[in-house]
Design a protein. Structure first.
Length: 70
């Protein structure tokens, strides 16, 4: 009888989804936030470099690489 109780307990544990969905949402939210930070960081550097190059081109100067903060 104890084995049947253990098996039933395991089945009930895997059928409950409330706690699992909260963890899934937390992990998903963290991944979305990390992706947004990475995307905006790369986008900001790219935009800064493009603006610097345009500024130098308008002034007729040679474009210096690496003037944007990283």
């Amino acid at each position: 009888m104890k084995i049947n109780n253990i098996v039933e307990g395991i089945k009930i544990f895997f059928e409950e989804e409330e706690g699992l969905t909260i963890v899934e949402y937390a992990i998903g939210g963290a991944l979305v936030a990390a992706g947004a930070v990475l995307a905006f960081n790369n986008l900001g550097t790219s935009v800064c470099e493009t603006i610097d190059q345009l500024d130098e081109a308008v002034q007729g100067n040679v474009v210096e690489q690496g003037t944007c903060p990283e």
